[in-house]
Ligand binder design. Structure first.
Ligand code: SAM
Length: 244
């Protein structure tokens, strides 16, 4: 194998992803609502319902690929006074929008950190839970991101991943294909002025492993009691695992 070539390919993938999110950062939240017809809100609500941040005790949460902070804000709203969230993303443009959106609302309970999911700039066993929503698909080496997730979790910590998945209902898959290949790039062009970025995102959804295959990767990273749940006919799925 030509490892030099592979390294360049991985760096190119990340560079491509960085361009996409730098270009859409300001319009990202609006695009999410338009593209998913608001469904991403229900999917994120389900993620938080599974996480159930506690009310009374300290809870330190890490949201990776946290972008504009949407998941983090929901964790803070659902948790108690002693819930703290670290939002990590490779893209400073996304984090900047997030920190502006947060304003003074959560005070010291939220922190924004620039970093890569593959090499988290965070200590071992520091977090009670880890979430990644619509992020892992963009990470070039998913296995590294998963082992890093496990490293930073405390024993007993929870891993939750919300990601696009495979639609396998006979009619819905046709509708979904038409929507992905025609509507999404057009919306991207109209609203974010960038059809190419959204075409790339649609492609990355196609390439992502099936629910079963992804569950296997999570298990190989050392997580236990790995489960997955399809939402909206498999358009997205939530995978869960525990560090025991
Ligand atoms: N989690 C947010 C949400 O659900 O609204 C944002 C999701 S957005 C589709 C994907 C995010 O992943 C972008 O903000 C992007 O910068 C980030 N990202 C891409 N590659 C990454 C990496 N290697 N490490 C950390 N974040 C990454």
């Amino acid at each position: 194998t030509d490892f030099g070539f592979e390294r360049v390919a991985l760096a190119e993938k990340q560079a491509r992803v960085d361009d996409v999110f730098r270009s859409v950062a300001k319009r990202y939240d609006l695009m999410n609502d338009l593209m998913s017809a608001g469904l991403h809100r229900a999917w994120k609500a389900q993620l938080i319902a599974m996480l159930r941040p506690p009310q009374g005790r300290p809870f330190h949460h890490l949201d990776v690929a946290g972008g504009t902070g949407d998941v983090a804000f929901r964790v803070l709203d659902a948790g108690g006074e002693r819930t703290r969230v670290t939002v990590l993303d490779v893209n400073e443009a996304m984090l900047r929008v997030g920190s502006e959106r947060a304003g003074q609302r959560f005070g010291e309970r939220i922190a924004f950190v620039t970093g890569n999911a593959e090499t988290l700039p965070l200590p071992d066993a520091a977090f009670d839970a880890y979430t990644i929503a619509f992020g892992i698909r963009n990470v070039p080496r998913i296995d590294l991101a998963l082992s890093e997730a496990r490293r930073v979790l405390k024993p007993g910590g929870r891993f939750l991943c919300l990601e696009f998945s495979n639609v396998d209902l006979p009619v819905l898959d046709k509708i979904y294909d038409a929507y992905s290949f025609h509507v999404i790039p057009r919306l991207g062009a109209r609203v974010a002025g960038d059809a190419e970025s959204y075409r790339y995102l649609v492609e990355s959804i196609r390439k992502f492993p099936t629910r079963g295959a992804f569950a296997g990767m999570i298990e190989r990273a050392g997580f236990r009691h790995v489960t997955h749940r399809a939402l909206s006919g498999g358009i997205v799925a939530i995978h869960s695992g525990w560090k025991i």
